[in-house]
Design a protein around this ligand. Structure first.
Ligand code: PMP
Length: 362
């Protein structure tokens, strides 16, 4: 049995052991080619097949309807913060944003560099503990799209029900919860996600978008920043992040073997319940950051009742082999990132550790 860390890193993050083992086996000889995918031409038949198969896996696993493209790009989700408005926010139109944490704030600020953008709802005033109530917010008449962040990675606040936007395209940054639960993709016009949390290693960014949004970009845009460049070239306009796409292919197959998104969601609920229970049963020793209805199944954020306990907790957790539990440097506290590939056993061990630590400390 391989000794694996209890890895709660926020991203790059844990990958399924079986994926790493397959990659290790195929490292010197991928499907009889005598080389790894890293060493292979992206113009080869093998790679083209891998590229197409990986798109196909996305389509079946996520239930992507006809009329959508699946693109594999580079530059991370941060580049999508710019590419979305560059491609889809013409003069005279407004990009609308829901802001409930650090990443949606960044997406909004970036869009403002390229055109008119407004925040239609924000939970900033109440400390980003919830998804803001959207029932009181109206979209401006000239809205180009509404942008949401399905899961705020730093605050640990997740959307449950997404807004109905009618004719207005709904665009979602799903970097930290893509493929963690079944969703109706047809509600969204464009979804993007960096791979390094739920999909694979860093290096590839997935964009799933309706054909009409990516088939024609504005005339004067740099070639690499145009969706139509990548859409017209099957994501092979230039050298793709081939190894990242390959590992993502293995991760998607692993999700399939776990019962698809329904199976993955069940697992995520079971394993995160253990940790949320440890928080809720602690009589205030551990304090969850997010309001209960918005608690994330991917990033569990909490504090201890005082700084000394918090420091001691992180130190003891580190010594006990738990990795990545320190909260993001901008907010402090603790965060356990429990992405798809984090095993139930790691979450059970953490919940047990939290109970023990509290008993010893109280
Ligand atoms: N959006 C969200 C929700 C994220 O969690 C992150 C990364 N933590 C980003 C965007 C930025 O992603 P990248 O580092 O791939 O640019």
């Amino acid at each position: 049995m391989t000794k694996r860390a209890y890895n709660f890193n926020a991203g790059p993050a844990a990958l399924p052991l079986s994926v790493l083992q397959t990659a290790a086996e195929q490292m010197t000889n991928f499907e009889g080619t005598g080389m790894s995918v890293m060493e292979m031409s992206h113009r080869s038949e093998n790679y083209e097949r891998l590229n197409n198969e990986t798109q196909g896996l996305f389509r079946t696993l996520f239930g992507i309807p006809d009329g959508y493209k699946v693109l594999f790009l580079q530059g991370g989700a941060s580049t999508q913060f710019a590419m979305v408005p560059m491609n889809l926010l013409p003069a005279g139109k407004t990009a609308a944003f829901v802001v409930h944490g650090a990443w949606s704030t960044k997406a909004y600020k970036e869009a403002k560099l390229f055109g008119d953008a407004v925040t239609i709802a924000s939970s900033k005033e109440s400390g980003f503990k919830s998804v803001p109530d959207l029932s009181k917010s109206a979209l401006p008449d000239n809205t180009a799209y509404l942008h949401v962040t399905s899961n705020e990675t730093i605050e640990g606040v997740q959307f449950d029900a997404f807004p109905e936007t009618g004719e207005v395209p709904l665009i979602a940054d799903m970097s930290s919860d893509i493929l963690s639960r079944p969703l109706d993709v047809s509600k969204f016009s464009l979804i993007y996600a960096g791979a390094q949390k739920n999909l694979g290693p860093s290096g590839v960014t997935v964009v799933i978008a309706k054909d009409e949004l990516v088939d024609k970009s504005p005339e004067h845009l740099a070639t690499m920043l145009r969706y139509d460049t990548h859409a017209a070239n099957n994501s092979l306009y230039n050298t793709p992040p081939s190894f990242s796409v390959y590992i993502m292919n293995l991760v998607l197959r692993w999700i399939e073997s776990e019962g698809g998104l329904a199976g993955i969601e069940r697992r995520n609920v079971e394993k995160t319940n253990l940790i949320y229970q440890a928080i809720d049963e602690s009589e205030g020793f551990y304090r969850g950051h997010a309001d209960a209805p918005y608690r994330s199944r991917m990033n569990i954020t909490f504090r201890l009742s005082n700084e000394d306990d918090e420091k001691a907790f992180l130190k003891a957790a580190d010594a006990a082999g738990f990795v990545g539990l320190k909260g993001h440097r901008s907010v402090g506290g603790c965060r356990a990132s429990t992405y798809n590939a984090v095993p139930y056993e790691a979450c059970a061990a953490l919940a047990e550790f939290m109970h023990d630590f509290r008993r010893k400390r109280q």
